[in-house]
Write a protein that binds this ligand. Sequence first.
Ligand code: NAD
Length: 482
Amino acid sequence: MTDTKYQHIDGAWIDGESDEQLTIRDPAAPDDPVITFQQADRQQAKTAVEAARAASDEWAATTPDERDAIFYDVADRIEDNLDSLATTLTREEGKPISSSRAEVSRAAEIFRFFASYARTATGDTVPSNDPETFTYTFREPLGVVALVTPWNFPIATPSWKLATALITGNTVVFKPSSETPMIAKRLVELLEEAGVPDGVLNLVVGPGSTVGDEITTNEQIDGISFTGSTGTGQHIAESVAHRGIPVQTEMGGKNPLVVLPDADFEAAADAAIAGAFGLTGQACTATSRLIVHEDVAAELTDAVVERAKSLSVGPGMDDPDMGPAVSADQDETNFEYVDIAANDGATLLTGGSRPDGVEAGYFIEPTVFGDVESEMQIAQDEVFGPVLSVMEVGDYEEAVSVANDVAFGLSASIFTSDMAAARKFTEQAEAGVIKVNGTTTGSQIQMPFGGMKASSSEQKKEMGQRAYEFYTHEKVVYRTDP
Ligand code: NAD
């Protein structure tokens, strides 16, 4: 019998108690549902928070070696189950199986990397003006944290939030996207098998408006880490602003890739393609605006269009270059933006339709628009699909000004061999992550990650040392011995 127990509260796997069911569909074959189960309701979310609260003191008191042993074990378990986890991920999210395998491996890497934080996390000893008084700082866990995640990296994003929250001694209520609960459940099962005690990690699967709202607004929550759309993130931040708790919101992007005339042309074209169409454009750091100097615009645009046309599109399990959109809603959004761009006067250079021969599934061809101007909606809104806008500029100054002319500020890249221009760009681009001669996508876990402007609350970035700081309070001590 198919396992429909998707709620994990105080160590028990139980059925959801809401009246609403959730049906998971393979985005490459949506007519054939994978599983249907009952969602959690608000009361279950409340119970999950209470369970996390009850487990909090004991977990915070575990020693670093106890916590890191669990993390090394879970990393091994993730690797041992790599094939089945990757298949689960591709079946519900749709991405090519090789991308799913890479993401699952990344999850193992994340747990191993953050395991070391249990032992190396430090405070400061600071010289004191009073020889009798010892002055120092130390960090302690926040307590109970709510983790809310989207569907596009459905094992990597939960892993970096869970790893940093748990290793620093917090207990967790985790709400994954309702598009990708299957991989979330598998991850929680592996953490439980590795030895995470009952109540320390609770999973609730249900609507954002009830379950998500409860776990973020509940007064027993001491911190929130959210990744998702800007609208939801800002709503959560506003709902809890009066409490003054740490709230991390990593949100949307409209990421520019700037190409100057002295750039490595082939590398720039490859980066544009990888950034725009890798993961079907469903990355917060996806390249959605290719801002090209007029001297090379025609040549680069032709190269990008040719490459886009040559990409294979198909079911993730066939490992194509590009899989389907995640859901019917995202599929509709993709086609809506094709119409919006065309109506606003942009020129469709390639794509914009379902690939030939597709009978089912949320597929769209890799799509490139030319003649895009900054004031057009297609140049401003996050599509979150494989739709690239090419924008021509006269010089470096105009390129930066166009790059910054959006509400978002997540990732930005410049291709140039002029290192003075590159340095200026790192200073002038309004983005939290800046690449020189690299794709707008991709990050390393030891580096902090996060955006500016409407892309992030900027409280503390995720990953690296900053993540450790987000999940802990700093206490400042003046100790005078009697
Ligand atoms: P979304 O905002 O619709 O949902 C994100 C999560 O929030 C889901 O789990 C959802 O159920 C939950 N949620 C919805 N309403 C809520 C509420 N009122 N209270 C609490 N939780 C609520 O986003 P999505 O469609 O799942 O993901 C796509 C978006 O995520 C894109 O905008 C993308 O750019 C962004 N994203 C950002 C990053 C980043 O690091 N900046 C990374 C990946 C994705």
